[in-house]
Design a protein around this ligand. Structure first.
Ligand code: FEO
Length: 183
């Protein structure tokens, strides 16, 4: 008896996402090592932790494919990107990466909707929310760097920024949780 409730196209797109999340973990890992080498211990700490989050995302998709009777595929990973030139480029590239990943998640939920695969659509909603958080988290880093002076930030302001980033929460505040008392 065939217990696979995933269509071939859904199983394929989910397996693509498994590789994407694993590649994302590698990107954060390589940027964390770069940041640490440049002396940004706080940024390195946040990115090392975030690399683990990306592996968790990968795990969720693997588990989901298996849970639905499909077969998860473990593929080769791409080489990580070149080291960024500076913190500004590091955050900009990370932000673009997250926006691209959001597009990939939207492709999954779009296909699930088209095929009326409501289990996958429902599963995908967790990732839709997660991507709002991830984009917000990195956008906040860009905002903080802008306040510190952007490309012209002094060593003192970068040192202060780095120590703040190292201690910040892994999750960003979202608009849906705002109120008049707590904007
Ligand atoms: Fe798994 Fe940063 O998205």
């Amino acid at each position: 008896m065939d217990t696979n409730r995933l269509s071939k196209s859904i199983e394929d797109i989910l397996n693509k996402q498994v590789t994407k999340e694993a590649n994302a973990a590698q990107i954060y890992l390589s940027y964390a090592v770069w940041a640490d080498s440049e002396g940004y211990a706080g940024v390195a700490n946040l990115f090392f932790r975030h690399s683990g989050e990306e592996r968790n995302h990968m795990m969720k998709v693997i588990e989901y494919i298996q849970e639905r009777g499909g077969r998860a595929k473990i593929s080769a990973l791409a080489a990580p990107p070149k080291d960024p030139k500076n913190l500004q480029e590091c955050f900009e590239k990370t932000f673009q990466h997250e926006v691209d990943n959001t597009t990939a998640i939207y492709e999954i939920v779009n296909l699930a909707q088209k095929e009326k695969d409501w289990a996958t659509w429902n599963f995908g909603q967790w990732f839709v929310k997660e991507q709002i958080e991830e984009e917000t988290l990195i956008m906040d880093l860009l905002d903080k760097l802008k306040i510190a002076g952007g490309p012209k930030a002094s060593s003192e302001s970068l040192l202060y920024l780095d120590s703040k980033i190292g201690k910040q929460e892994d999750d960003a505040d979202l608009a849906r949780d705002a109120s008049v008392d707590n904007p």
